[in-house]
Design a protein around this ligand. Structure first.
Ligand SMILES: C[S@@+](CC[C@H](N)C(=O)[O-])C[C@H]1O[C@@H](n2cnc3c(N)ncnc32)[C@H](O)[C@@H]1O
Length: 234
């Protein structure tokens, strides 16, 4: 049997990465929410709510949730009175959406939206899956109106050495077993390895500022297990 693209020694790049990411999320979509809740002890729910809170936009705002997956952020956005629209590459993830929001199948590096069309954007745990982060930030700057806000979440690397050690063991050894038991072990082995795609936080902030979000700030959540960037479109 051909080895899956996300289960090779070297991490895929370019178009091969796009295909690998889409196939992998199609494969894990049915159990994605269950595995997420178990492997984060429901902390993921708290992180998304914080992102929506710090977005700090008035109720009724039109917000695109990029790489929306099964729609967790859309649920929180609706709860805060916003009008979310979900965009994702994977039909499997979009089909598993539970938020009831409008859904669009799209690569978020090329959004089918006019310039300044939306009040805000969120993106949860997907930056490391993209092939070109500066292009993504430029696309955000294009579609978010001046004064609009963005909140971007992704996994992080704890600063504290002990936390980092525990985090490596947990994501390197325990999470792939949970994944293999409930879903797809290879996909959950890919998860800790994919963090290598993420630039350091100062670089991420510099990229956002250069793209047109001058006040971009970076926060560590839960001791650095997760990182959150929030910013206003200039
Ligand atoms: C780890 S999941 C996160 C889902 C959701 N945002 C959450 O917070 O649970 C990553 C999602 O990013 C999507 N994705 C990855 N690359 C993408 C791209 N270039 N365009 C659109 N969606 C993408 C995947 O299909 C997957 O649904």
């Amino acid at each position: 049997m051909e080895q899956r693209r996300w289960d090779r020694d070297t991490l895929p790049e370019g178009e091969e990465k796009v295909q690998a990411v889409r196939e992998m999320f199609d494969a894990i979509a049915p159990r994605y929410d269950l595995v997420n809740r178990i492997m984060t002890f429901r902390l993921d729910v708290r992180w998304r709510r914080k992102a929506v809170r710090l977005l700090a936009l008035p109720p009724g705002s039109t917000i695109i949730d990029l790489a929306a997956g099964t729609g967790d952020l859309c649920v929180d956005l609706r709860r805060a009175g916003h009008l979310p629209i979900a965009f994702d590459l994977s039909y499997g993830m979009l089909a598993a959406d539970r938020s009831g929001s409008p859904r669009v199948q799209s690569d978020i590096l090329r959004l089918p939206l006019r310039a300044g069309a939306v009040d805000g954007a969120t993106c949860g745990f997907a930056l490391r899956n993209l092939v070109d982060l500066p292009a993504f930030f430029a696309e955000l700057a294009r579609v978010v109106r001046p004064g609009g806000r963005i909140a971007l979440l992704d996994v992080g690397v704890p600063h504290n050495r002990l936390w980092r050690w525990g985090n490596n063991i947990y994501f390197g050894k325990v999470v792939p077993r949970i994944g293999a038991w409930l879903s797809d072990g290879a996909a959950y082995r890919y998860l800790p390895r994919s963090v290598a795609y993420l630039p350091p936080r100062d670089e991420l902030v510099d990229m956002l500022r250069a793209a047109g979000f001058a006040d971009a700030e970076h926060r560590q959540l839960s001791g650095g297990l997760t990182q959150l960037m929030v910013a206003t479109r200039d």
